[in-house]
Design a protein around this ligand. Structure first.
Ligand code: SF4
Length: 419
């Protein structure tokens, strides 16, 4: 079979037992009949969208949420079977399923295996039961251990554990405790993000003001200070490095050769198609996302790739001297906009610099037909002079100092207007 262009698939399952206190993801509790209707609609979306993807080969699938493991095992199987039937799936595709501790059973794991799931991502967040309770998680650390052990016994040999640092009241010792407990289990991958206090969440009511205080450089009352947050970050790398984990992205660590291929593809601007409620896609230089309204989605209100492709075609054919984001439609809360060349370059840099290996000069030139220096020469020199970036072996990357002020560094790569 001829090699098609690589495509990543993201499938969103927006259901959770209940909302965690800090969560602003698109997720909600739902009865079993709603979950069934949702799966049916998702199966239809898979079938319809696949018709426009015949020239792609799916290199990775990520089933995220929400809590995908809240679905019946057979429903996960149905979804992945539909993908297999309608898309061209690479034989070695990475297939990840997000799971919440406390929701896994031996039966579900058997379904996942027969559906081809070869990577599990477990949302532990903390190894301290008091912290878990504060976060509003549905599980204890012991629940997590039971599920982790079950998954290992079933033969899953590629497991990620998600952790969150900078929790209210958390000390350096508390964070070290969680890191040591999690890494002691030797999962293949650990994601460790700092807590973000999102508007509209219960945590925002409790800690929103404290977060603003912290951003003004004042000492927060409940949240760790900026300085402690930075120490937690450094500690993460040290503790995990001692166990053999390598930081390959700002917040992601893996044992050798166990980096998440799906994430890497995302950071390297591999086209991806999001299916399901509110999911985002990037294909043919168009960013688009499905409605976030469950009722509208269940009525079939997802973006149609045929429309997106027509739109992309029109945009390519037009002259964009003063290119701006152009929205195709807000119908049913879908958003669609074309990324012009300068915006593609910006994203290529923002996302690529998140990776420890950095951005490849060669890949930049291959993609955009112009040398990196031709666009960003002045910025690169300035950042290098400031000690925030380094250039080596055809790659440009952030230094440790650059990571600490990454938002500033990224802002330097914003291009004024079109090219
Ligand atoms: S389990 Fe995840 S998606 Fe669900 S409410 Fe908690 S943080 Fe949000």
């Amino acid at each position: 079979m001829a090699q098609g262009q690589a495509l990543e698939l993201y499938l969103h399952i927006p259901f959770c037992v209940r909302k965690c206190q800090y969560c602003d993801f698109l997720s909600m509790p739902a009865e079993e009949d709603v979950r069934r209707k949702y799966v049916d609609r998702l199966l239809e979306e898979i079938r319809i969208q696949s018709q426009q993807c015949k020239h792609y080969q799916v290199s990775s699938i990520f089933v995220g949420g929400g809590t995908p493991s809240l679905l019946a095992g057979v429903q996960v199987w149905e979804i992945l079977e539909a993908v297999r039937r309608h898309f061209c799936l690479k034989a070695d595709a990475e297939i990840t399923l997000e799971c919440n501790p406390g929701t896994l059973t031996a039966e579900k794991l058997s379904f996942y295996q027969s559906a081809g799931v070869n990577r599990l991502s477990l949302g532990l967040q903390s190894a301290d039961n008091r912290e878990l309770q504060k976060l509003g998680r549905i599980h204890t650390f012991e629940d997590f251990l039971g599920n982790f052990d079950l998954a290992r016994k079933k033969g899953f040999d590629n497991i990620n554990i998600d952790l969150i640092s900078s929790l209210p009241g958390q000390t350096l010792q508390d964070w070290a405790f969680t890191l040591k407990k999690a890494s002691g289990l030797m999962p293949e991958h650990i994601s460790a993000y700092s807590l973000i206090i999102e508007e509209g969440t219960p945590f925002y009511k409790l800690y929103g003001e404290d977060e603003q205080r912290r951003q003004r450089g004042e000492v927060p009352r409940f949240l760790p200070s900026e300085e402690t947050e930075r120490e937690m970050y450094d500690m993460t790398r040290e503790i995990l490095a001692a166990r053999g984990y390598c930081r390959y992205e700002i917040s992601n660590y893996a044992l050798p050769h166990r980096e998440c291929r799906h994430n890497i593809g995302y950071w390297q601007l591999v086209p991806y198609l999001g299916l399901g409620l509110g999911s985002s896609s990037f294909m043919e230089n168009v960013r688009f996302s499905n409605t976030r309204n469950l009722g509208a989605y269940l009525e079939g209100g997802f973006c149609r790739l045929t429309k997106i492709q027509e739109y992309a075609h029109r945009q390519c054919g037009e002259n964009h001297e003063c290119a701006k984001e152009q929205e195709l439609s807000h119908q049913q809360e879908q958003t669609v906009f074309y990324l012009h060349k300068h915006q593609q370059m910006e994203e290529f840099m923002f996302l690529g610099m998140r990776m420890a290996e950095g951005v490849s000069r060669k890949k930049f030139e291959e993609r955009f037909g112009i040398a990196l220096e031709g666009i960003y020469g002045t910025v690169l020199n300035k950042l290098q002079h400031q000690g925030l970036m380094e250039q080596r072996e055809g790659m440009v990357r952030l230094t440790e100092e650059g990571i600490a002020v990454s938002n500033y560094v990224f802002s330097e790569f914003i291009l004024e207007g079109s090219l």
